[in-house]
Write a protein of this length. Structure first.
Length: 252
């Protein structure tokens, strides 16, 4: 049993996905003393320092702020895509950055779904093949992976577009494929980095509704980085990241 399997096996979140009770508001993701800095020709650049953030299980949180504030950097740290200069990110009871690189990659694949503004769909593969990819990485049998991908594409309204490549899909359809791909491994956490940033207002609205629907129906804990006020407004909390600090703007 790997270090990751042992730690995930030891965790206790109390409720199955989607259950509603007081214990469901216990923190699932906790950032403590999170610091990220870079060394450049001009010297050390600190994006933010000593940030603290708690996200309850089942919560949907928006992170807003000016360009360059470090929103995407924070999101990448929360999902284990990058390592901090200092501090910890706890998933349940354990610090994900105490995992080896191999186990951290496995954690991301098993527990976190990512949606990016540019979607990062593989252009040579069809929609269904793109959705299958995370399962194939886990060595899921291809038939099982295909059935799961077909089911999710149906749920996001793309059953009839499953055999089309990304270049044959509209921007909104590509966003829906990206959402299906993020969900195919049944993650506990969904992280979105400007998921509707390149879409027109009408298409964005439909994708917002889909994000809220899958957040609820899949019992997710979601963090969404966005400049879109409408998307932020449907979240449980809105956090402003500015000048290296987080402020609660939601009043909730």
């Amino acid at each position: 049993m790997s270090d990751l399997d042992r730690k995930l096996g030891e965790r206790s979140f109390g409720l199955s996905r989607g259950a509603k009770a007081v214990s469901a508001v216990a923190p699932l993701l906790i950032a403590e003393g999170l610091t990220k800095s870079y060394v450049s020709a001009a010297g050390r650049i600190t994006v933010f320092e000593d940030l603290t953030l708690q996200v309850a299980e089942g919560e949907m949180v928006a992170i807003v702020g000016p360009s360059g504030a470090g929103k995407s950097t924070l999101l990448h740290l929360m999902g284990g895509l990058d390592r901090p200069s200092a501090g910890a990110v706890r998933f349940g009871e354990f610090d994900i950055f105490k995992l080896s690189d191999v186990d951290l990659a496995r954690f991301r694949n098993r527990e976190v779904g990512f949606i990016f503004q540019l979607h990062h769909l593989l252009p040579e593969f069809t929609a269904i093949e793109n959705v299958m990819m995370p399962l194939l990485i886990r060595r899921t049998p291809p038939r099982e992976a295909r059935l799961a991908a077909e089911s999710l594409l149906g749920k996001v309204g793309l059953a009839d577009r499953a055999r089309h490549r990304p270049g044959e899909l509209s921007g909104g359809e590509q966003a829906r494929v990206a959402i299906a791909r993020a969900l195919v491994n049944r993650p506990r956490v969904l992280l979105g980095d400007e998921p509707t940033g390149d879409l027109d207002a009408r298409t964005s609205e439909s994708v917002h509704s889909l994000l809220m629907e899958v957040h609820r129906s899949h019992g997710l804990t979601s963090i969404i980085v966005t400049h879109n006020e409408r998307l932020a407004s449907i979240c449980d909390r809105v956090l402003q990241l500015e000048n290296g600090r987080l402020f609660d703007e939601s009043g909730k």
